[in-house]
Design a protein around this ligand. Structure first.
Ligand SMILES: *[C@@H]1O[C@H](CO)[C@@H](O)[C@H](O)[C@H]1NC(C)=O
Ligand SMILES: *[C@@H]1O[C@H](CO)[C@@H](O)[C@H](O)[C@H]1NC(C)=O
Ligand SMILES: *[C@@H]1O[C@H](CO)[C@@H](O)[C@H](O)[C@H]1NC(C)=O
Ligand SMILES: *[C@@H]1O[C@H](CO)[C@@H](O)[C@H](O)[C@H]1NC(C)=O
Ligand SMILES: *[C@@H]1O[C@H](CO)[C@@H](O)[C@H](O)[C@H]1NC(C)=O
Ligand SMILES: *[C@@H]1O[C@H](CO)[C@@H](O)[C@H](O)[C@H]1NC(C)=O
Ligand SMILES: *[C@@H]1O[C@H](CO)[C@@H](O)[C@H](O)[C@H]1NC(C)=O
Ligand SMILES: *[C@@H]1O[C@H](CO)[C@@H](O)[C@H](O)[C@H]1NC(C)=O
Length: 721
């Protein structure tokens, strides 16, 4: 037989391709099958499987309950998610990803009575609502090469029989509730991809993994692993991607990792690794593009050899306790750096911003030097100096800076600037407003005394001012608010609280003074904001995270879209959060799981999806707080909704107005952009807010008269906690 194949060169091409088509592509070529391929016992096993699990309604947007096409009167090889071996008719792939299937696995679950489906090479159950324990009979699928059980609610131990599936190349168990130690996987020597992240796994680093010479991707992140990382990690000689962030690993960073020539990405942030950093014998040329070892307990110098990682794009060393000098020129070789986080290095060295800005970090996008001592003193040549690199985000909070960095004047790509918590005196330079891309500026907690006089005169060069967030609280601003503020037409948030401002309000803000004083007074006393039952649309602004003293926030029954900002995780005092009945999408930020006072939440009637954060606060919510969000899943949700059937889908009333009204958006944005802890000073946002609110009310009245439709627009409620 083999001999005849060796003489393929004399076999006519048509014959050759005919064999190929028959073997692999039978049904594609012939369209309607001439005979049923599916084996009856396999069809029955699959139908039984279908019967065993419910389809969760409503299903995610765009997801198809694949089993709906499964019917007894058709060939199972043509059902959604099923692939058969065209020759033998055996079912070899079962792909039920994103099929909205719900139900608990039992030891007798039909799927695992595998005599009928034992030739499966691919089993993909990812992104469903399956729960329960994986029976050890999964080990009987001895032909499996791909096993994906990720993003479900599977719990209990990972069955050790998975370690017997020696043909596996791809194994994804991430995003479940598996507990305990990882079983012995040392026999899975074909494995290239292993993901067990986002579970509740514990124990030490699973040493059996070090036998897996073919492993290229390994993720252990977001579990409860402890102990040290093995020093012989380099036995994973084909490792490319290694993630173990968010665990409790201790001990040294194994330098042998850096000798693996294929390694491109290491993320070990948020562990308890300690000792001094050693990169050892760095493979040359290093292919490493991502190195994140931030938020560990490392002490001591940054090795000079870091400059050998010439392909690094993302480097995060923040909170490395260097306890001494740092030679910042070692980073200057890393010409591909895009994100550089060197914040809080506890170094005795002063960083010379001028030197950094005339270096050759030509790709740099974001740089964080916060918490280090930075010198930004103007040198005579600098003003006309053309910087070699342009940056978009610069974080210089708490850097002991004494004068406004003049060199930023030529940074015409700068979008975000945080220069808060420094010692800058004098005037905010007028040229700052002329930087064409600037969106966010935080000047708070300095000793600025005013805005450069030229601002008062107006700045003709501001043609398209981009500034949206200007935070200038906790300074020494005195006198009138400069009327140039009126020229910043994109401004959403202006926070000038905790200053010594006085005098009249710029003309552009209308003649509401008395009202403004009233609002300021109210907001000093109350720590609750209730914007419910209005027509606010657009996104909830990230600046909401600035309202650190807020106890109650009610945004329910509006038309908010976009994501819930993760900055809400900064609202440490928050006790009650109601965002129900909006059009919010994306995930519930995991950060909310850390808010220990948050006793009441309501996310119902939105389009939220993804993992509901863990933590007791979420688990204790009433199930109705998550209702009508087709895409939510996770153990917290399960616990909240235990014994309650999935609610029936509800019809939304169409929103009362679809029109884009930017001012409505800036109303809420402006209003919530301010902390309530206002001491002295004026808070222009409230004035803008109130003016827009009045305008809005007027429009509503007009439209009420026009179409006599009842529109529910309530004034701003302020409730005392
Ligand atoms: C499918 O139909 C066949 C006969 O048409 C029957 O024998 C079999 O029991 C049916 N299977 C299921 C699961 O209903
Ligand atoms: C499987 O076991 C569960 C309990 O463990 C039982 O309730 C159920 O009836 C069994 N199902 C089948 C198909 O045997
Ligand atoms: C793995 O396979 C071996 C041999 O077939 C068997 O003896 C052993 O019990 C299996 N282990 C598990 C955990 O299923
Ligand atoms: C790696 O080192 C550990 C001890 O730290 C040892 O038990 C294990 O056998 C070693 N594995 C390999 C593959 O070298
Ligand atoms: C460093 O690695 C290179 C190439 O991988 C090897 O030739 C050299 O011996 C190593 N040096 C040490 C000190 O291990
Ligand atoms: C939020 O406001 C709505 C409508 O005004 C109200 O029904 C709901 O009870 C409020 N939520 C909380 C937590 O007070
Ligand atoms: C959940 O809240 C609804 C409405 O607020 C209430 O009727 C129901 O009794 C609550 N259920 C539980 C289990 O607390
Ligand atoms: C959450 O809000 C919805 C609608 O706003 C309401 O029906 C439900 O009762 C609320 N749930 C709780 C626990 O208050």
């Amino acid at each position: 037989m083999k001999g005849s194949w060796n003489s393929t060169s004399i076999i006519p091409l048509t014959f050759y391709s005919l064999i190929f088509l028959f073997t692999f592509n039978f049904r594609d070529v012939f369209g309607v099958p001439t005979k049923h391929l599916c084996r009856p016992e396999q069809r029955d096993a699959l139908l039984e499987l279908k019967k065993e699990f419910e389809i969760k309604k409503p299903c995610f947007d765009g997801l198809l309950p694949k089993t709906e096409s499964w019917a007894n009167n058709s060939d199972c090889c043509y059902w959604d998610g099923i692939t058969c071996n065209a020759k033998s008719g055996e079912v070899i792939e079962l792909d039920l990803t994103r099929s909205c299937l719900q139900g608990q696995f039992h030891s007798n679950t039909s799927l695992f009575r595998v005599q009928n489906l034992r030739f499966l090479t691919t089993l993909d159950l990812s992104y469903n609502y399956f729960s329960g324990q994986i029976p050890s009979s999964i080990g009987n699928f001895s032909h499996l090469t791909t096993l994906d059980l990720s993003k479900n609610y599977f719990s209990g131990f990972i069955p050790s029989s998975i370690g017997n599936l020696s043909h596996l190349t791809f194994l994804d168990l991430s995003g479940n509730e598996f507990i305990g130690e990882m079983p012995f996987f040392g026999s899975l020597n074909q494995l290239t991809n292993l993901y067990v992240d986002s579970n509740e796994l514990s124990g030490i680093f699973p040493l059996s993994l070090l036998n897996l010479k073919n492993l290229s991707d390994l993720s252990l992140s977001r579990n409860q692993f402890t102990g040290t990382l093995p020093s012989n990690m380099s036995s994973l000689s084909n490792l490319e991607y290694f993630e173990a962030w968010g665990n409790g690993f201790t001990g040294a960073l194994p330098s042998s990792l850096f000798s693996i020539p294929s390694l491109t990405s290491i993320n070990l942030r948020n562990n308890q690794l300690n000792g001094t950093l050693e990169f050892g014998n760095i493979s040359s040329p290093s292919t490493l593009t991502v190195l994140d070892i931030s938020n560990n307990n490392f002490i001591g110098p940054i090795p000079n050899s870091i400059s050998k990682f010439i392909n690094l794009q993302d480097l995060d060393l923040s909170h490395l306790n260097t306890q001494g000098p740092v030679d910042f020129s070692i980073f200057m070789n890393l010409k591909l750096l895009y994100l550089l986080n060197l914040s809080h290095l506890n170094t005795t060295t002063t960083i010379d911003l001028n030197a950094l800005f005339s270096s050759h970090l030509n790709s740099i996008y974001s740089m964080d030097l916060s918490g280090n001592h930075v010198s930004a003193t103007t040198k005579s040549s600098v003003a006309d100096h053309h910087p070699t690199q342009l940056i978009s985000q610069l974080f210089l909070s708490g850097c002991g800076i004494t004068e406004f960095p003049e060199l930023l004047r030529s940074q015409h790509k700068l979008a975000n600037l945080d220069i808060s918590n420094n010692k800058i005196k004098g005037q905010v330079p007028g040229w700052l407003w002329t930087l064409p891309k600037l969106i966010f500026v935080d000047l708070s907690s300095n000793t600025f005394s005013g805005f450069e006089r030229s601002m008062e005169l107006g700045l003709p060069s501001i043609t398209r001012p981009s500034m949206q967030y200007l935070v200038g609280s906790k300074n020494n601003f005195t006198g009138k608010i400069p009327s140039i503020i009126c020229a910043l037409r994109s401004l959403i948030t202006l926070d000038l609280s905790d200053n010594n401002l006085s005098g009249s309000i710029p003309h552009c803000m209308g003649n509401l003074k008395s009202l403004e004083m009233e609002l300021v007074r109210i907001l000093k006393i109350y720590t609750a904001l209730d914007f419910s039952e209005n027509k606010f649309e657009g996104e909830i602004p990230r600046s909401i995270g600035l309202l650190k003293e807020l106890h109650v926030l009610n945004l329910s029954s509006n038309a908010f879209t976009g994501h819930i900002p993760s900055s809400m995780g900064n609202l440490r005092e928050l006790e009650s959060l109601d965002v129900s009945q909006n059009k919010l999408s994306g995930e519930i930020p995991q950060e909310l799981g850390n808010l220990s006072f948050l006793a009441y939440m309501n996310f119902s009637h939105n389009q939220l999806g993804g993992l509901v954060p863990g933590g007791t606060q979420f688990r204790r919510q009433n199930c109705s707080s998550f209702k009508d969000n087709p895409g939510l899943y996770g153990s917290s949700l399960e616990e909240a909704c235990v014994d309650i059937h999935a609610p029936a889908p509800q019809q939304h009333e169409p929103p009362e107005s679809e029109e884009e009204d930017r001012e409505v958006f800036s109303w809420i944005a402006a209003a919530i952009g301010f902390g309530p802890g206002i001491a002295f000073g004026l808070t222009i946002g409230y004035i803008l807010a109130f003016r827009t609110y009045l305008k809005n009310l007027e429009e509503e009245n007009q439209s009420n008269q026009k179409n006599s439709k009842k529109v529910n627009l309530q004034p701003l409620h302020m409730k005392k906690v």
